[in-house]
Ligand binder design. Sequence first.
Ligand code: SAM
Length: 309
Amino acid sequence: MSKRVEDQKFGGVWTAEKLEALERYLKSYSTALKKIDFTKVYIDAFAGNGECIIKSGDCTVPTEGSVKRSLNVDPPFDKYYFIDLKPENHVGLRTLCAQYPALTTELRQGDANDELTDIITSINWQRTRGVLFLDPFGMTLKWDTLFDIAFTQAIDVWYLFPLSGMSRQAANNFDSVDASKKKSLTTLLGSTDWEEYFYKDDPGMALFDETNKKVRVTDQSQMLGYVKKRLESIFPSVLEPAILRTEGNAPLYALFFACANPNKRAQEIAGSIASHLIKKLNGGNYGSVEKQKLAELKKDNTIQPDLFG
Ligand SMILES: C[S@@+](CC[C@H](N)C(=O)[O-])C[C@H]1O[C@@H](n2cnc3c(N)ncnc32)[C@H](O)[C@@H]1O
């Protein structure tokens, strides 16, 4: 098994952090909308199997995945949709949903882009409000799908945007951005104007080389500013994202919150809860249970056997 595939079985501490923020949002949302006469739905488009393993160094701890956390929200949502591509994850999802016979759950095995569009077009959004969690491994989510989501004018979205994935595709030297990288960036961002925004002719090279090589002139935070503007072109409200980092402090993902509802009051309520959570995430305040367990495991691993005689 390659290291990359193997690593996908595990999350880092940022996984526990984002899951705690999501759980807190779902609890606040269902409480805030308790007395409002809408059907409330939760959609998890990259659902996993209900459980996550958090890895730090050689130590691992299990934690509840997004599906399990959503099913435990009280009061519950009126309907839950769980999508995942992999059949093996559906074994865990079916077992988990069976433990909640009072809740209405629908499992979809397939590509999130196709299934989401299908689900969204099957719902009457005049009478429905929802929360959607987009938690892909990489650059799987297509811009067109985001467009469909925004078009509902009824969904609050948490989108784990693949910041380091995008930076990898948008190489420093434009010559290294081959056709497949260009295509995946355009599919992710929904426009070709990233090319113009990210790259400029290299003035240093122009003196020596008439072929005018282009280089990337934007750093990660400027690229993220571009992503936010793109999201703002379809969602009426988008917050500054939380940056999720590796334990070595390298930025990995940007967790965006976007509200599709054009109603200002709805945006204010959702935005005030979400911005509080984003602030906490950026301060490293979440995932403390898992962080503590990992720290204890690491401490145990470093205890020398001869200390016990
Ligand atoms: C980061 S994991 C999600 C973890 C989950 N949110 C949790 O908390 O347990 C990403 C999931 O997306 C699934 N996946 C990958 N590509 C997909 C696609 N195109 N459509 C739907 N699911 C996909 C994977 O099987 C994996 O379970």
